[in-house]
Design a protein around this ligand. Structure first.
Ligand SMILES: O=C1O[C@H](COP(=O)(O)O)[C@@H](O)[C@H](O)[C@H]1O
Length: 244
């Protein structure tokens, strides 16, 4: 496994600005190599902050050639402010010329599958296979936020979703963090990404950051189970880095 790169910043705005610049470099490089870049977005404070920074300046990114996915979303109605997809639209996607056919949101609870969260999760697994023409894509980048107990996407400690080794997408019915119903990519899918970046701030995250850096078990600290095939980068502020 590749040794993670850990970048510690004095403040959050400096961290987000650096991550946004690296995002531009990574995506434009992928586009020049392969035509289309694939990126998995995340929710949470920093996952949305980087999108706002990109709305202000996205350099030479051709947004029409970015395939966008979500690492997780909350299974709530489409207009619920808790939706990671809706927050991403407000922060970035409504302001740049994305190709709607390349924007792959997870279904909301009032979408085509209605309240059937299992059907919605299976549909997203199909989407991954279809876009990857028969295999889950090796995403160019998977962004991750992280909770204080080490959750990433909607993979919480000591849950079946975190232990999942076969399915690519699962439904979560009892998330300890509200709202309780969510859809999430699983660790085997996260770990297909070439680059996995964590965006983490705050001293309440310091124990989880330290656990991941000390090689904890993913069951205990899901963040410890996420790695890119080419790089794993931790963007952390000083309080979050306090215990490493
Ligand atoms: O519930 C969620 O939380 C994580 C982390 O959020 P943060 O606000 O503590 O940074 C987020 O990455 C995930 O997508 C989201 O659904």
């Amino acid at each position: 496994m590749i040794t993670p790169e850990t970048l510690v910043f004095d403040d959050k705005s400096e961290m987000i600005a650096t991550a946004a610049r690296r995002f531009v470099d990574l995506v434009t490089h992928a586009q020049s190599e392969r035509g289309v870049a694939s990126v998995v977005l995340t929710g949470g404070s920093n996952g949305i902050a980087i999108l706002r920074a990109l709305a202000a300046d996205s350099g030479g990114i051709d947004w029409g050639r970015v395939e966008l996915f979500w690492g997780d979303d909350r299974f709530v109605p489409a207009d619920d402010p808790e939706r990671n997809y809706g927050q991403a639209c407000d922060a970035l996607l409504d302001h740049v010329p994305v190709d709607p056919a390349r924007v792959h949101q997870m279904a909301p609870s009032d979408g085509v599958f209605g309240d059937d969260i299992e059907a919605a999760a299976e549909d997203y697994a199909d989407v991954l296979m279809k876009v990857g023409t028969g295999a889950v894509p090796h995403f160019d980048l998977h962004l991750l936020g992280m909770g204080g107990e080490g959750h990433i996407n909607s993979l919480f400690p000591h849950t079946a979703a975190t232990a999942e080794s076969e399915k690519t997408v699962v439904a979560v019915e009892d998330s300890p963090k509200p709202p309780p119903r969510r859809i999430t990519l699983t660790l085997p899918v996260v770990n297909r990404a070439k680059s996995v970046w964590f965006l983490v701030t705050g001293e309440d995250k310091a124990e989880a950051v330290a656990a991941a850096h000390m090689g904890a078990h993913a069951a205990d600290w899901p963040c410890a189970g996420a790695h890119g095939t080419d790089e794993t980068v931790w963007f952390v502020d000083r309080p979050a880095a306090a215990r490493i």
